[in-house]
Design a protein around this ligand. Structure first.
Ligand code: BGC
Length: 370
């Protein structure tokens, strides 16, 4: 007996109807899923240029708003209540960005074009957008000595871009006197410490004086979940990094992140190594590192001769393995000589005595029986 004979026409019809219904539901479910996925994808893509980050150590996601709004909101609430005109939060990502522009600098840069640059600045180089409430308050720290032309070029480069980013920012130029060789790590530590005495920032960004941002979409913001190295390549190296774990140039820390690793080592005078040692600290404390997508993290370097290289930099890297707690931002020995609130930045002149710094490190080592 064939199956046709055992089933009536009615059964076959019901059977086929059931299949058709099941197929219909299936198609409906699949198309809903496709629509949902494309919606999510579209959302991701629309913000990809700001949010998509390469992760070196571990992949993670983040949302800028989540990180800083509350803190800044509290800080700015007072200003808002103080009768300043009603403002809403600045849009994120900001509108009217210019995108990537290769920066053509001129070493014979004339005096700072203050008229062009200083609108919206408050005393001491703090800029606050006038038309909206900024989502973050940041300190830009520039280690400095004898590089007047470079500083002017950098200010011309960075200020208009940061203004377009609609951030509340203050620029700190930390200048070291000539009594000892330049100490790039320690000057940054001092910048962090001095800026923190003036205000509580959401984000501390160290920017070398010769390192010029090309793309204003490279947001000068921090991420609580990872330290952000904002540089993916520089022109003098074909827009590549010399090595994957390079963290020099421009790097953004929250206060907690910087304190967790005790900042930079104070033991490296002359040129080089402090950023490699910093990376070691980050790795040891399990801090993640993010970089922007390649296109956005491009920088121009002002070419110049470096100071003499730090002869001990490899030795310090090798040996300074457990000393982070006694050598860093919490162990500073220096003199603040001057603080000057200029139109575009706060200038802080400091004296570092190499002998004293080395001696205080040795004393701490001995005290800790290392
Ligand atoms: C130095 C780093 C520097 C890097 C730049 C390394 O040899 O130790 O401080 O950032 O070179 O290429």
């Amino acid at each position: 007996m064939s199956w046709r004979n055992s089933l009536g026409n009615e059964d076959i019809r019901r059977f086929l109807t059931n299949i058709a219904n099941a197929l219909g539901v299936y198609v409906l479910v699949v198309s809903c899923m496709v629509m949902f996925a494309s919606f999510i994808l579209q959302m991701d893509l629309s913000e990809a240029k700001y949010f998509e980050y390469q992760s070196i150590i571990e992949i993670g996601d983040f949302k800028f708003h989540e990180l800083t709004h509350e803190d800044v909101k509290n800080m700015l609430e007072e200003e808002r209540n103080n009768g300043t005109k009603e403002r809403t939060w600045c849009q994120f990502p900001p509108k009217n960005m210019h995108g990537r522009q290769i920066y053509k600098y001129n070493l014979n840069v004339p005096d700072l074009d203050l008229k062009k640059l200083n609108s919206g600045f408050q005393h001491g180089g703090r800029y606050v957008p006038e038309d909206c409430l900024p989502i973050a308050r940041i300190a830009i720290i520039i280690p400095y000595r004898d590089r007047e032309k470079h500083l002017k070029i950098l200010l011309h480069n960075i200020i208009p871009k940061l203004k377009r980013q609609k951030l509340d920012f203050t620029i700190y130029v930390i200048e070291q006197t000539h009594s000892s060789p330049f100490n790039r790590g320690m000057v940054r530590n001092i910048g962090f410490s001095e800026a923190s005495k003036i205000a509580d920032y959401d984000c501390y960004i160290f920017n070398d004086v010769d390192t010029l941002m090309e793309d204003d979409r490279n947001m000068y913001l921090c991420n609580k979940r990872a330290v952000r190295h904002l540089l993916t390549g520089y022109d003098t190296h074909g827009y590549q990094l010399d090595y994957l774990f390079l963290v020099g140039g421009v790097i953004a820390f929250t206060k907690e992140q910087f304190l967790k690793i005790n900042g930079y080592t104070n033991q490296l005078f002359f040129w080089g190594g402090e950023d490699d040692e910093l990376y070691k600290r980050m790795r040891c404390s399990g801090i993640k590192l993010y970089r922007p997508v390649d296109e956005i993290g491009k920088y121009t370097i002002i070419s110049h001769h470096h100071d003499a290289k730090e002869p001990d930099r490899h030795k310090v890297l090798r040996e300074n393995t457990d000393n982070d707690v006694i050598d860093g931002v919490k162990n500073l020995v220096y003199k603040r000589l001057e603080i000057e609130y200029k139109e575009l930045y706060t200038r802080i002149l400091v004296d570092i005595d190499e002998k004293l710094v080395r001696q205080s490190f040795l004393d701490a080592l001995e005290k800790n029986n290392r």
